[in-house]
Design a protein around this ligand. Structure first.
Ligand code: NAP
Length: 322
């Protein structure tokens, strides 16, 4: 496993981090705690030292599992979590004021709850789980994030950017008041590479590349007949003819990638890590076999320029979260 600096925080974090949404259950059906804990332990054995969770992932369930593993680990594990929007609307909607989404007291209270769920004395990275650029001049988030740092509850702060809207973070980055951003970045959504990632390099902002496998499209396992368990959010994400669209896109991708070593999901993770601005890529993984395949990616290094040029053609402008 190789390590990169998380922007100006100077934390040395593993290139492959652990996306802990799925292990929270709820919107991801079929999670089993024992299997999730085994996956987390194996990841740490393989050198992974960064985990991204959220209070909203199973209403603290994911944080409970992550905290247990982080406390028991022999090594230092860096934990990132998130303050959910108070109005429970993902993504943030234009025109809705910050007082409905991240009031000051609410930011503090959620951080206290996350600390209790995690059983840790300090959260390494606290993120706002949605962001609306209309809030940039408002006091609530500035004071909230500053005070949870001052009180020692949190070391660093950041935002998780709304789906497929990388440029909505440009202004808040320029305030100099956050340390990191979390953004959808994968072979299909290359849009952060235009303005966001260059600005993050310039301002030394840490970048967490989320949803690197497009919620499963880029695993190459989705077929037109794939059925998700009832209540699983992917039933909606891949609704209607979307599975057929994915099959077509993935088949074109595979054709162009003939000769490149590694599986499709491994190439997809290397795609993110080929961007120097990316500090860590955080695939969701609940199974040991996925942990082992994904952690191995770091040692392969970035993709070759010729492969990256081919992948440019596979950008796909879509929003399946809608
Ligand atoms: N708004 C936000 O802030 C936000 C939104 C979404 C995600 N996130 C963060 O980003 C993380 C990653 O996104 P995600 O988990 O939604 O989606 P993802 O990483 O794009 O895809 C996860 C899926 O890929 C499968 N998988 C992983 N490695 C694989 C491999 N090597 N081969 C085959 N399949 C593999 C997983 O299977 P198993 O689960 O069965 O192992 C899971 O079904 C989340 O866990 C969360 O931490 C944040």
């Amino acid at each position: 496993m190789r390590y990169r600096k998380l922007g100006r925080t100077n934390l040395e974090i593993s290139e492959v981090g652990f996306g802990a949404w799925g292990i929270g259950g709820h919107l991801w059906q079929g999670s089993r705690d024992e299997e999730s804990l085994t996956a987390l332990h194996r990841a740490i054995e393989l050198g992974l030292n960064f985990i991204d969770t959220a209070l909203a992932y199973g209403n603290g369930h994911s944080e409970g599992l992550v905290g247990k593993v982080a406390r028991d680990a022999g090594a230092r594990i860096f934990v990132a979590t998130k303050v959910p929007p108070k109005n429970e609307l993902w993504p943030a909607q234009p025109g809705i004021g910050i007082e409905e989404v991240f009031p000051y007291d609410y930011i503090v209270k959620c951080t206290e709850r996350s600390l209790r769920n995690l059983g840790l004395e300090c959260i390494d990275l606290q993120q706002l789980h949605v962001w609306n650029p209309e809030w940039v001049g408002r006091d609530e988030w500035r004071r909230g994030l500053e005070d949870i740092k001052k009180s020692g509850m949190v070391r660093f702060t950041g935002i998780s950017i709304n789906d497929h809207q990388p440029d909505s973070a440009l202004e808040i980055i320029r305030t100099g008041l956050i340390d990191t951003v979390q953004v959808i970045h994968n072979i299909f959504d290359q849009s952060p590479e235009v303005s966001l990632l260059p600005l993050c390099i310039e301002e030394n902002i840490g970048v967490l590349a989320r949803v690197p496998l497009d919620e499963g499209s880029l695993t190459g396992t989705i077929t037109e007949n794939t059925v998700f368990p009832p209540g699983d959010f992917r039933e909606d994400y891949f609704r209607g003819d979307r599975k057929a669209q994915v099959v077509q896109r993935v088949s074109a991708l595979r054709k162009d990638l003939a000769g490149v070593s590694g599986t499709l999901p491994q190439i997809a993770l290397r795609y993110c890590l080929s961007q120097p601005a990316v500090s860590t890529v955080i695939p969701g993984m609940r199974k040991v076999r996925n942990v082992e395949a994904n952690c191995a990616v770091s040692d392969s290094g970035p993709l070759e320029a010729a492969t990256l040029a081919v992948l440019k053609r596979h950008a796909w402008d879509k929003n399946f979260y809608d």
